[in-house]
Design a protein around this ligand. Structure first.
Ligand code: SOE
Length: 383
């Protein structure tokens, strides 16, 4: 029996993100030696039957049909928000006001105004808070950050970031919540563009100061979703309007004087989850592709790119897992972020990315939308 202090966790939502977060809560203390061991106290969802089934399958001790009840529970000290963006602010503020620690899925909110409310609530509350930009916790991405911090690639000239998916290429794919502005806030821009904005700012340690953008919605009407609104939804006969972007492209200026380009699309046929980022500096370059996530490509000293297999015990997070060469996957990134979050809660440190970091990303997304609406005009991120 472990004599470690446990901490109760309550999670809201049990779809894709809920499943992968559950996997992280279940496994984190089996691999990392943590000062606090999570106890999966309760999960909340709207349908009693489905929430109870999810609790049983994913390993949660209890099920609630109202997130407000979950937030009130004495056995819950951490609230993990895995819902669509339209409920992030309300749940996070209530949880922070109830004295809980909060980890919230990305993007932080659907608007800058909501994100500002969340940042204010986090600043006023005793609990810790974090926005779940999980790609920061890919070992190769964390290693890229380490190399930039060590000055190995010198001054940053270019960031070239794309996030390419293809799951809505078929015009008959239903109008799931991710394609509805009132629920998701934005389309490819918010869902996957937010990841590359965060990754660019994280790896370089710089801010995006302004952008010039264009966005497009290729398929303007889709069949309504019949069963479930998640990625596996089926189509009904009736149609509805797509209210978000299918693709967003933008260029921007970095606070260190470099320039950056970004492309986020769900229409790149054949690309499943190609989150790629290349950084060119005065002394060298770094390149990463999530579809080969155990590799970082490095160019130093004027030579071409060389592959580093990021599976050595001294690479970020890797020592807790398998011997060199055995590799990690998508789910490990969530285990890593939960490990970092638990350590921050235990030591009293402020976890990153903070809600303020999430707000900074939100401001970039909103500047992209303003620029696109004004015909690609260069638009400052902060007024
Ligand atoms: C769906 O497009 C999605 O699941 C995103 O919401 C995630 O953040 C990304 O990790 C993978 O794609």
């Amino acid at each position: 029996m472990s004599d470690k202090t446990t901490i109760g966790v309550g999670m809201v939502g049990y779809a894709f993100m809920g499943r992968v977060h559950s996997q992280a809560w279940r496994s984190v203390s089996a691999f990392f030696d943590l000062p606090l061991v999570p106890r999966m106290a309760a999960i909340a969802g709207r349908s009693k039957e489905r929430t109870e089934a999810a609790a049983a399958q994913l390993g949660w001790a209890a099920a609630e049909t109202d997130w407000r009840e979950l937030v009130k529970r004495d056995d819950v000290q951490i609230v993990d928000i895995c819902t669509p963006g339209d409920s992030h602010a309300e749940i996070a503020v209530a949880a922070l006001e109830a004295g809980k620690h909060v980890i919230c899925e990305k993007p932080l909110a659907n608007t800058v105004a909501e994100a500002e409310v969340m940042v204010a609530a986090a600043a006023a509350a005793p609990g810790k808070s974090m926005v779940a930009f999980n790609y920061r916790r890919v070992p190769a991405v964390a290693l890229a950050r380490r190399y930039v911090e060590q000055g190995r690639i010198g001054e940053i000239r270019h960031v070239r970031a794309v996030y390419l998916q293809d799951w809505i290429v078929d015009p008959e794919f239903p109008l799931v919540w991710r394609l509805q502005k009132d629920k998701a806030g934005a389309g490819a821009l918010g869902d996957i563009g937010s990841h590359i904005v965060d990754a660019a700012q994280f790896i370089t340690g710089q801010r995006i100061l302004g952008v010039s953008a264009l966005t497009e919605t290729f398929i303007k009407e889709r069949p309504l979703a019949a069963e479930s609104a998640g990625l596996g939804a089926t189509a009904s006969a009736e149609k509805g309007t797509v209210t978000v972007d299918d693709a967003a492209l933008f260029i921007g200026r970095l606070s260190g004087g470099g320039v950056a380009s970004f492309e986020a699309t769900r229409f790149a046929s054949g690309r499943k989850n190609a989150m790629r980022i290349e950084i060119n500096g005065s002394l060298g370059s770094l390149a990463f592709d999530f579809e080969a996530m155990n590799e970082l490509w490095v160019s130093e000293g004027g030579g071409g790119f060389e592959r580093i297999l990021v599976t050595e015990p001294d690479h970020p997070y890797v020592g807790a897992w398998w011997p060199p060469g055995h590799g990690l996957g998508y789910e490990h990134t969530f285990t890593h972020e939960i490990k970092d979050f638990l350590e921050a809660v235990a030591t009293g440190a402020d976890p990153t990315p903070s809600f303020a970091d999430g707000l900074r990303v939100q401001r970039v997304l909103e500047a992209v939308e303003r620029s696109a609406a004004e015909g690609s005009r260069y638009t400052n991120v902060e007024d």
